[in-house]
Design a protein around this ligand. Structure first.
Ligand code: ADP
Ligand code: TRP
Length: 319
C-alpha cells in the first residue's frame, strides 16, 4: 500500500499544518510505504520570488525531519526533481473538463478574495492529480480543505482508465476527523492566508505572545465558560491527554478561571510538546548538506516509480 502526501513551501509551518498533515504523515510511515514531497511547483502559482521559494523549500524539509519524518522509512523529495509530473499533468489536462476545475472551492475562494488567477492556479488540481497518480498512491492523508482536490484526482483517474484501460490507481483520501480543522488565533480556520497562525519554529517569545492573544469572548474571570466554543480549549486538547482535557473542562465550567489562566497553561503544554522538535531543528539547520542528500536520495527512489508509470501512460495515450 502506498501512502502519499505533499505540502507547499509557502511559509513557516503552523500547528494547523502539523496536526492536519505533518503528524498524520509521520504516524503513517509506520503503516505502509510513504512518499512525501515538497510541492514547489504548486508554490509557483502564488510565489514569484526565486530566492524565497528555494529557502522555504529547504526550511520545510528541515521542519519535517525535525518533526519526526524518518528518511529511512519515508521517500522524501522535492516535487520539481521529478519532471515527469509535468508531463503527466499535460496528459491529464487533455481529459479534464474545464467545469470540474471551475467548481473547485479553493479556486473560487481565491478569486473571491480578489486574486486575479493565473492558469497555473486554475489547473492546480490537475498537477495535484498527477502528483498522486504518478506514484500509484492508494491513500492520501490531507486536511479537510484538500478533500475536493482528491475527489478531482479520483475523477480524472477513473476517466483516464475508462478511456485508456486500467492503468492508474484510484486514490482514497485519509482525513483525520478529530483534527480536521484547527482554529487560528481568531477562531477561524488557521491559515497563513488569514494571518491567524501559531508557528512551531521561530522566536518562541513571539509564538507565546500569539497564544496569549487568541481571541475569546468577554466573560469575566468569575463566570463559567464554555469549553466547546473556545479556541484556546480546542487547541489545548490537541496537546493534552484525556485527564488533562477533563481537568481543563472542569475549570472552564466551574468559573473563577480566566482565559488568561487557560492561555498560560496552553503556552506551557505547547512549549513542552515542541521542545524536542525545536532542539532537533537547531541541530539540523547546521547541516545543509544532510538535508540536500535526503532530498536527492528521495528523488532517486521516486523517479523509479515515476518512470514506470509514465512508460505505461505514454504507450496508452499513443505517444
Ligand atoms: P495554509 O492554509 O496555512 O496556507 P496549506 O494550505 O499550505 O496551509 O496547508 C498545508 C497542509 O496543512 C494541508 O494538508 C492542509 O490541509 C493542512 N492544514 C492547513 N491548515 C489547517 C488547519 N487549520 N487545520 C487542519 N489542517 C490544516
Ligand atoms: N495542495 C496541497 C496543499 O496545499 C499540497 C499538495 C500538492 C498535495 N500535491 C499534493 C497534497 C498531492 C496531497 C497529494 O495542502
Amino acid at each position: 500500500m502506498r501512502i502519499l502526501s505533499g505540502i507547499q513551501p509557502s511559509g513557516n509551518v503552523h500547528i494547523g499544518n502539523y496536526f492536519g498533515m505533518m503528524r498524520p504523515a509521520v504516524e503513517l510511515q509506520e503503516k505502509g510505504e510513504t512518499f512525501l514531497f515538497i510541492a514547489d511547483y504548486h508554490a509557483l502559482t502564488t510565489n514569484p520570488d526565486p530566492g524565497l521559494l528555494r529557502q522555504r523549500t529547504f526550511d520545510l524539509a528541515t521542519d519535517f525531519i525535525a518533526c519526526g519524518l524518518d528518511p529511512a522509512k519515508t521517500v522524501f523529495f522535492r516535487q520539481s526533481d521529478i519532471r515527469q509530473v509535468t508531463e503527466l499533468t499535460w496528459i491529464l489536462s487533455c481529459i479534464t473538463p474545464v467545469g470540474l476545475l471551475e467548481r473547485c472551492h479553493s479556486f473560487k475562494d481565491k478569486i473571491s478574495h480578489g486574486i486575479s488567477p493565473n492558469h497555473g492556479l486554475f489547473s492546480y488540481p490537475v498537477l495535484m492529480a498527477a502528483d498522486i497518480l504518478l506514484y500509484g498512491s492508494n491513500l492520501v492523508p490531507v486536511g479537510k480543505d484538500q478533500k475536493q482536490h482528491i475527489e478531482v484526482a479520483r475523477d480524472i483517474a477513473i476517466k483516464f482508465n475508462n478511456i485508456y484501460g486500467e492503468i492508474l490507481t484510484i486514490p482514497e483520501p485519509l482525513i483525520k476527523e478529530d483534527v480536521a480543522v484547527i482554529p487560528g488565533t481568531d477562531g477561524q480556520k488557521m491559515s497563513k492566508s488569514y494571518g491567524n497562525t501559531i508557528e512551531i519554529f521561530g522566536n518562541t517569545k513571539d509564538i507565546d505572545k500569539k497564544i496569549m492573544g487568541i481571541v475569546t469572548d468577554s466573560k469575566t474571570l468569575e463566570e463559567p465558560k464554555s469549553p466547546e466554543t473556545c479556541p484556546v480549549f480546542a487547541i489545548y486538547r490537541l496537546f493534552a491527554n484525556q485527564n488533562q482535557i477533563d481537568a481543563m473542562r472542569e475549570k472552564y465550567l466551574a468559573g473563577g478561571f480566566g482565559y488568561g489562566h487557560a492561555k498560560k497553561e496552553l503556552v506551557a503544554i505547547f512549549n513542552e510538546y515542541f521542545k524536542p522538535f525545536r532542539e532537533k531543528r537547531n541541530e539540523l539547520s547546521r547541516d545543509r548538506a544532510y538535508i540536500e542528500s535526503v532530498l536527492e536520495t528521495g528523488a532517486g527512489k521516486a523517479s523509479e516509480t515515476a518512470k514506470k508509470t509514465m512508460k505505461k501512460v505514454r504507450e496508452a495515450v499513443g505517444l
